[in-house]
Design a protein around this ligand. Structure first.
Ligand code: 4AD
Length: 461
């Protein structure tokens, strides 16, 4: 009878183990389980209903098979459901098992007409970008976010395994580390005087705070949100991005620094490739087909050229550049692209930039008329600058002279203290985490590798 059927179902449900779908895939055949997720496809036949349910725990959806009596008109693409049943062998080669349902509950309905994504259709990254609140329901973007999460863990693991101490550098700060004036000011709404008694800003870099802590822990890092008021809509710039920064005391040379960068990239990339096989494969087959650049991080060492050599390459080329490439000029995107291509489309470290192009903290090479600083940028195919770093000026007299020249000696008296009390040669770098993901996966636009992008004239939700 209907009552006994309901009782039987109720009793069954009690013994059902609630699992994530990734766990269900590695469970025993015959196990009674409950899964919750969103319907990726629904197909009703005379005798059976077939669903694919995904809960974000893996790229694969779980196939659910149910008798036609469990069909419900609300079981549509996009709806949220809870399914209980028994795991059984699947006749389909591609999936290890399927769920024979004895109950299906629609938790939240979804109007398939208004829902911006359509069943079994591959939507491009540009299309799904219009729906930042919903795009994680697509395969491509949920894969991306799982890879992003795994890459985050990989970077933390690299630093932990190599003796770095993680420092939570402040988000609100009174310094403009890069001196580029790309600052967002922080004040309470409607305030008519400074909340902190001095102007305060969202951080453009945690470097100076890392330098302070490297003076006690030797090896430190930070990984957090970073802000730049750059009025740019470019495919490489965000107003809020995540930066990985490291600072190392007792460095002897630029080589010490570039080696850490290389090791970090190799370790993080190997970790992601090993842990995210299906997700990376989806990108390489369907989202950014043909992209294989990330292998350079694993297989090859990067090239190293000086800024002066880079300028020679640009000057000798027959390319028509929009911006000048004379010695002393900043390298623009077009120059970076050309250099990477010229070097065979592999990562390239460019070192020893003109002293006047670099911020006050960069170490003076004291090398004559073509005066350079011990600064480095890592350029990579498709993205351009991925990492920027330098040896820091640890000599009190040289640093004081530079700060005086820039009229900054009072604002940075605390920074001079770091050189007065036990100064040691040190250096560090900052990696744009989103640019790393772009490079790893071949994603053209930076807005497609961060859950909720913020950029000029866009702070949608
Ligand atoms: O070269 P940058 O400005 O270096 C610094 O901020 C140093 N203080 C870091 C350090 O030595 N601790 O920025 C570092 C990296 C760049 O190479 C780039 O990858 C990324 O941060 N980046 C951005 N990424 C996205 N959107 C933006 N607007 C970015 N600006 C910089």
């Amino acid at each position: 009878s209907a009552v006994s059927l309901l009782c039987a179902r109720h009793c069954c449900r009690k013994t059902h183990k609630k699992l994530r779908i990734s766990e269900a895939f590695s469970s025993q055949l015959g196990a009674n389980v409950t899964v919750q997720g969103w319907v990726r496809s629904a197909r009703a036949q005379k005798v059976n209903v077939f669903l694919h349910v995904n809960d974000g725990s893996s790229l694969q959806s779980l196939q659910v098979v149910a008798g036609a009596e469990l069909n419900d008109p609300l079981l549509t693409f996009g709806s949220a459901v809870e399914v209980s049943g028994i795991l059984q062998e699947s006749p389909h080669e591609k999936q290890p098992l399927e769920l024979q349902a004895d109950s299906i509950r629609v938790i939240g309905e979804c109007d398939p007409v208004d829902f911006p994504f359509k069943v079994k259709k591959r939507h491009g990254l540009e299309y799904i970008r219009q729906f930042p609140h919903l795009r994680c329901r697509t395969n491509a973007f949920s894969s991306l976010l799982r890879i992003r999460s795994e890459a985050t863990s990989a970077i933390h693991s690299y630093f932990k395994d190599n003796g770095f101490v993680q420092i939570h550098t402040p988000i609100i700060t009174s310094n403009d580390c890069e001196g580029a004036g790309e600052l967002f000011q922080v004040e309470p709404a409607g305030a008519d005087e400074h909340f902190f008694s001095v102007p305060a800003f969202l951080t453009v870099s945690g470097q100076l705070h890392l330098e302070a802590t490297a003076g006690a822990f030797s090896k430190v890092y930070t990984f957090g949100p970073t802000f730049r008021a750059e009025n740019s809509q470019s495919r490489r710039h965000l107003a809020e991005f995540y930066m990985v920064e490291a600072e190392i005391s007792f460095t002897q040379s630029m080589e010490d620094l570039t080696k850490v960068m290389e090791d970090m990239f190799r370790s993080a990339t190997e970790h992601v490739l090993a842990r995210c096989v299906e997700d990376v494969d989806l990108f390489h087959r369907h989202v950014t087909p043909g992209h294989r650049v990330f292998l350079s991080f694993v297989l090859l060492s990067s090239l190293r050229i000086t800024y002066t050599e880079a300028v020679d390459i640009l000057t000798r080329s027959s390319e028509q550049f929009a911006f000048p490439s004379d010695w002393g000029c900043d390298l623009k995107t077009e120059h970076e692209k050309y250099l990477v291509k010229h070097c065979g489309n592999v990562p390239v470290f460019v070192t020893d930039y003109p002293y006047d192009l670099k911020p006050f903290y960069a170490r003076d090479n004291q090398d004559g008329p073509r005066h350079t600083a011990a600064a480095v940028d890592l350029l990579v195919p498709g993205v351009g600058e991925l990492c920027g770093g330098s040896l820091r000026e640890e000599r009190l007299s040289v640093l004081r002279a530079r700060l005086e020249q820039l009229g900054l000696e009072d604002a940075y008296s605390w920074y001079l203290d770091l050189r007065r009390f036990g100064s040691a040669p040190h250096g560090g770098f900052g990696l744009g985490f989103e640019r790393y993901l772009q490079c790893l996966l071949g994603v053209d636009n930076i807005k497609d590798v961060i859950p909720f992008p913020r950029f000029s004239r866009s702070c949608l939700l």
